[in-house]
Design a protein around this ligand. Structure first.
Ligand code: PRP
Ligand code: GUN
Length: 182
């Protein structure tokens, strides 16, 4: 179903971050480079998969949600809202606590208002820590989360809302494809 994405995953390197098996891939790291045919395959797949009806923003997290979010925005004409790792101190700025399998930090939401219909997208979900923090903050703001989509599901994340993905993987000393959406 996603031949370019699956081939790129099977061949990508793994590095250790402590005990965490971290796969290094064009879409999740920009390394070694991002090919347009891979971006196109992913964007078409995500547009087919997601409900984008009357959506005000495609919302994604800095940094690696940005390439996919940009392509989706260009293809759908829906504006992109980026949750940043930089604090601006603007009125209404909302803090997000981010915990992943290998890092902890803060992210900041600007420009989303109560009642806004939004979709959330990201390159990968692993523990679900990043997206659960984002969902909780957006629910506090009062945004309407219409749909959530990832390119890659790694392992068995625990997310507080339903979501879809293109390809599911397990990562040990290599990447194994578990399933793909059709
Ligand atoms: O489900 P989780 O365990 O939370 O992991 C998923 C998050 O990890 C990556 O971001 P990262 O914080 O590495 O930042 P980057 O996009 O700047 O590389 C990825 O872009 C997701 O946002
Ligand atoms: N590139 C990359 N990003 C991640 N985000 C969460 N887990 C991973 C991983 O294994 N690789």
């Amino acid at each position: 179903m996603y031949p370019i994405l699956t081939k790129s995953l099977i061949t990508c390197p793994i590095v250790k971050k402590g005990e965490y098996n971290y796969f290094v891939h064009p879409i999740t790291d920009g390394v070694p480079d991002i090919h347009p045919d891979l971006l196109r395959e992913i964007a078409v797949g995500m547009i087919r998969l997601m409900n984008l009806e009357n959506v005000k923003y495609i919302v994604t997290a800095e940094a690696m949600g940005i390439p996919i979010g940009t392509v989706l925005s260009l293809m759908t004409d829906i504006p992109l809202n980026i949750i940043r790792k930089r604090k601006y101190g603007l009125p209404g700025e909302c803090d997000v606590c981010q915990v992943t399998g290998y890092s902890k930090g803060e992210m900041y939401i600007n420009g989303i208002n109560p009642g806004d219909r939004i979709v959330l997208i990201d390159d990968v979900i692993s523990t679900g820590g990043t997206m659960n923090g984002i969902i909780t903050a957006l629910q506090l703001i009062g945004a309407e989360i219409v749909d959530i989509g990832f390119v890659i599901k790694k392992g068995s994340p625990d997310l507080i809302l339903p979501y879809s993905y293109l390809v599911s993987i397990e990562v040990t000393d290599s990447v194994r494809i578990v399933d793909q959406t059709t």
